[in-house]
Design a protein around this ligand. Structure first.
Ligand SMILES: *[C@@H]1O[C@H](CO)[C@@H](O)[C@H](O)[C@H]1NC(C)=O
Ligand SMILES: *[C@@H]1O[C@H](CO)[C@@H](O)[C@H](O)[C@H]1NC(C)=O
Ligand SMILES: *[C@@H]1O[C@H](CO)[C@@H](O)[C@H](O)[C@H]1NC(C)=O
Ligand SMILES: *[C@@H]1O[C@H](CO)[C@@H](O)[C@H](O)[C@H]1NC(C)=O
Ligand SMILES: *[C@@H]1O[C@H](CO)[C@@H](O)[C@H](O)[C@H]1NC(C)=O
Length: 269
């Protein structure tokens, strides 16, 4: 089911992307062409108005140089292989001229939301912390949390505190309660290209649950002690009887021998 949702998300992305790609420089036309497993970014300089000498191209993302060449063409392209939705951001094509001319290609996607942990465990009475993040471009403009699908969680209401920054949101639930708080929480991120969400499952354990392994050992010891105690209790009267029966017979070895002796004596009688 998660794979299906991803597929739908990918389809939605394609619609959003087309609008988001354009050159910032009036001299460079930019475009993106998408396929299921790659995205091709292009820059095409309108050389008619700029009879420049181009010594080469560079493709840059953040502070990383992704590709370089020494061709003098007005057209240059870069391909993002694989899951390109995970590589959203601002890409630049740099034309090596005097001075350099840079075109900008924005790879914009709806937020690709991830839960920091898909399932969280908390102890009754503690504070539960659920976290989601989105590394996508453009940044998230709005975060929302929902409980069990629909119920929106309002910051400051009840035991809820929400802290959101551009990439990250954190839901804190104070004084965890087993009945009220166990369940699924959806974090939903929205930017100008759409929205995305992830689910965090919260399980609240009873405080006693943490003690169970210890209580188990205590119970085991108690059972053992009881067994030994009962065994001792049942054995002692036998020994006392043996002594009475034996009368003058001295205690030489263990109880078993005594018993045998007694049986033999009784049989003889
Ligand atoms: C690309 O993104 C940057 C940063 O948000 C923005 O300033 C710029 O206008 C965008 N370019 C296009 C063509 O949307
Ligand atoms: C680049 O743009 C020019 C027009 O400015 C066009 O004639 C040419 O076909 C374009 N090149 C590519 C590879 O799209
Ligand atoms: C929620 O409320 C707290 C204080 O009550 C505040 O610090 C925090 O920024 C708020 N979070 C959001 C997402 O508005
Ligand atoms: C968002 O995350 C990126 C790294 O994934 C980081 O460089 C950037 O500073 C973060 N932005 C905000 C607003 O937190
Ligand atoms: C997120 O919230 C928005 C606004 O409430 C809604 O339109 C969208 O369907 C939600 N997205 C997801 C993935 O839940």
């Amino acid at each position: 089911m998660a794979a299906g949702l991803r597929g739908i998300t990918a389809l939605l992305l394609l619609g959003g992307l087309a609008a988001g790609v354009a050159g910032t420089s009036p001299d460079i036309k930019t475009s993106t062409t998408k396929a299921s497993d790659k995205l091709i970014l292009t820059c095409n300089m309108t050389t008619a108005s700029y009879p420049l000498t181009i010594r080469g191209h560079e493709w840059v993302h953040g502070d990383k140089v992704l590709q370089t060449d020494t061709e003098s063409t007005a057209f240059t392209s870069y391909t993002i292989e694989g899951k390109w939705e995970e590589h959203s951001g601002i890409y630049e094509c740099v034309y090596k001229t005097d001075p350099d001319i840079t075109g900008q290609v924005n790879v914009s996607v709806p937020p690709q939301v991830m839960a920091y942990k898909k399932s969280e465990h908390g102890n009754e009475g503690d504070t539960g912390v659920l976290t989601c993040k989105s590394p996508s471009f453009p940044p998230v403009s709005f975060w929302a949390w929902y409980r069990n699908g629909q119920e929106p969680i309002i910051n400051g209401s009840g035991r809820y505190i929400i802290k959101s920054s551009g990439n990250k949101t954190e839901l804190r639930i104070l004084k965890l309660n087993i009945e009220e708080d166990t369940g699924d929480y959806h974090c939903n991120a929205t930017n100008s290209y759409g929205s995305g969400s992830a689910v965090v499952n919260l399980r609240v354990r009873s405080r006693l649950a943490a003690l169970w392994p210890f209580l188990g050992i205590v119970a085991e010891v108690l059972v053992l002690v009881t067994i030994i105690f009962i065994y001792e209790k049942r054995r002692k009267p036998d020994e006392v009887l043996d002594d009475d029966d034996g009368g003058s017979a001295p205690l030489k070895s263990n109880a078993t021998n005594h018993k045998d002796k007694n049986v033999r004596q009784r049989n003889a009688n």
